[in-house]
Design a protein. Structure first.
Length: 94
């Protein structure tokens, strides 16, 4: 099989058409070469309910009854997951 590249794209913010709009609009691209096995790393985080940091930080459902130390552990695991796979980051201001 030839090389397969998966690309995941996400955005955050608004484009400024509302009052008090954020001055930032972020687009994130994550690229993964399917020839790189990440199965063992996914095993470490597969039981976490979500991957968005906001609900963990703001103590929203399903983290609303979790202690800070437990939420911190989840956040750190996700952060480490990112660092292992996608350690190279590029930021551009437009």
């Amino acid at each position: 099989m030839g090389q397969v590249l998966s690309i995941f794209i996400d955005e955050s913010g608004d484009v400024g058409f509302i009052k008090d709009a954020s001055k930032y609009y972020i687009i994130t691209f994550i690229m993964h070469n399917q020839n790189d096995d990440i199965k063992s790393n996914i095993e470490k985080i597969k039981d976490y309910p979500i991957f968005h940091a906001g609900p963990i930080i703001r103590r929203e459902y399903p983290f609303d009854n979790m202690e800070m130390k437990d939420r911190k552990k989840i956040f750190q695991s996700i952060f480490m997951f990112y660092g292992v796979f996608f350690g190279k980051t590029v930021t551009k201001k437009v």
